[in-house]
Design a protein around this ligand. Structure first.
Ligand SMILES: Nc1nc2c(c(=O)[nH]1)N[C@H]1C(S)=C(S)[C@@H](COP(=O)(O)O)O[C@H]1N2
Ligand SMILES: [Mo]
Length: 429
């Protein structure tokens, strides 16, 4: 019997066993058909027959594997070159590289030749240095798990798209977490010899519009790195191949992709991205700016808006928490619209400046309710509710709703409403 026949037999036998299970059986069969269809197209089968999934195993497997289930990033409305992570479909704390969110500021991902790429350190240094990627890879390296979050995460689409159907992918899809490997920036700066009086770095990418931004020297000497690996393999092109700056815990925009130049300087350079865009103009006419660190944040990823409750009874509430300030110490969950809070369980490892997975066992009684989470980091900073954040910023609720406002560093506890019919909605309003 060849593999094809054997697989078909198993399929028939299992199918027969499931036939007795009314609803679940039908669903599974449907899902299986879907999986076969996508597997068939991945494997290049021309007829898509029932044995197709088995062609992905064994010697016929593609040399570079393909995902078993076809999850997808989704495009955003604010940038043409931006996509979001499907948080509702992910487990644990690592974001698969192919699902890491992307934000390009108006430039397409550059097609950089590995051998031709150069990285320059100059400015207030004793010895300007020019590296090839191979030369960087000869230097001492480190691997660390860190989240990367756009400062616009958890706001932009939450409010700007208020009339559209929403999911956690839209509201919180601009944070992802990877194991990054690279050279500590402190090693490179020590090699270059930073001169007295230097206090900032101007960092520049090789994209068409040369994204550039200032980093304080103290942070660069602390835990920043020039990364060339993401989750064990070369950084994805859309995430900065062949080199990206990683500034753990700092807003995404400081993490320059396609890094080609660091100039050591004695002041911030007031680039477009730190003055005009990643700032918050307040009603008073003053602006919040140079806010580097991502504050304590968290969101329930399952169940969340757009998903459907499987029925009343047991439901594991799960989600992610993160803080640029360091390690998450505590996550609390409320299942009654914020009236009372209970501790969720933190899944180990709980790593500094990384996504932390939390779980909370719950029984849904079938009634309408609101569920949400809030995190506390190692500094004791607590993620605020929307009312609390409004107070902290000294604004009114209207401020969040102004269509023209681009709000950065929004970290209010995010509520999902569960309707009696089991549907989940985003009703932060
Ligand atoms: N060269 C370059 N670096 C960049 C950007 C860019 O447009 N060009 N976007 C920044 C912004 S706003 C964010 S949020 C992060 C996103 O990183 P990712 O696309 O790898 O998720 O990259 C930052 N680094
Ligand atoms: Mo960003």
């Amino acid at each position: 019997m060849d593999t094809k026949q054997r697989s078909r037999r198993h399929f028939l036998r299992d199918g027969a066993a499931l036939a007795g299970m009314a609803v679940a059986g039908v669903r599974l069969a449907k899902g299986q058909a879907q999986a076969e269809k996508s597997a068939a197209s991945v494997a290049g089968s021309d007829n898509g027959e029932a044995t197709a999934p088995f062609r992905l195993f064994g010697p016929e497997a593609p040399l570079y594997g393909t995902p078993s289930e076809n999850l997808q990033r989704m495009p955003t409305i604010e940038y043409p070159f931006a996509t979001r992570t499907p948080q509702q479909d992910l487990h644990g704390i690592i974001t698969p590289s192919g699902l890491h969110f992307v934000v390009n500021h108006g430039s397409p991902t550059p097609d950089i030749n590995l051998l031709e790429h150069r990285f320059l350190i100059h400015g207030m240094v004793d010895r300007p240095l020019l590296f090839t990627v191979a030369e960087l890879k000869r230097l001492p390296s480190v691997s660390r798990v860190h989240f990367l979050a756009c400062a616009g995460n958890s706001y932009v689409d939450t409010f700007a798209r208020k009339n559209l159907p929403q999911s956690v992918q839209e509201t919180h899809g601009a944070t992802s977490c990877s194991e990054w490997t690279g050279v500590p920036l402190s090693v490179l700066l020590q090699e270059a010899g930073v001169q007295k009086g230097a206090s900032w770095l101007l960092c520049e990418g090789a994209d068409l519009k040369k994204h550039s931004i200032s980093i304080p020297l103290t942070k660069a000497m602390d835990d920043a790195m020039v990364a060339y690996v993401q989750n064990g393999e070369a950084v994805r092109r859309e995430n900065g191949y062949p080199l990206r700056l990683l500034v753990p815990g700092f807003e995404g925009t400081r993490n320059v992709k396609w890094l080609r130049r660091i100039k050591v300087v004695d002041r911030p350079y007031m680039t477009k991205w730190e003055t005009g865009v990643y700032t918050n103009l307040l009603p008073s006419g003053k602006a919040r700016w140079f806010q580097f660190e991502i504050e304590p944040n968290s969101v329930i990823t399952r169940p969340s808006a757009g998903l459907h409750m499987a029925g009343r009874g047991f439901c594991e509430i799960t989600g992610i928490a993160w803080s640029g300030g360091g390690t998450i110490r505590r996550v609390e969950v409320s299942t009654n619209g914020g009236r009372t809070w209970k501790d969720a369980e933190l899944q180990h490892p709980v790593l500094p400046k990384a996504h932390t997975r939390f779980r909370f066992p719950w029984n849904w009684n079938g009634e309408e309710t609101v569920i949400q989470s809030r995190s506390t980091d190692e500094w004791g900073h607590v993620q605020p509710t929307l009312a609390e954040l409004t107070k902290i910023w000294g604004v009114t609720m209207d401020f969040w709703r102004t269509d023209t406002a681009r709000i950065q560093h929004f970290n209010a506890s995010h509520p999902w409403t569960i309707k009696p019919d089991g549907s989940l909605r985003n009703e932060i309003w």
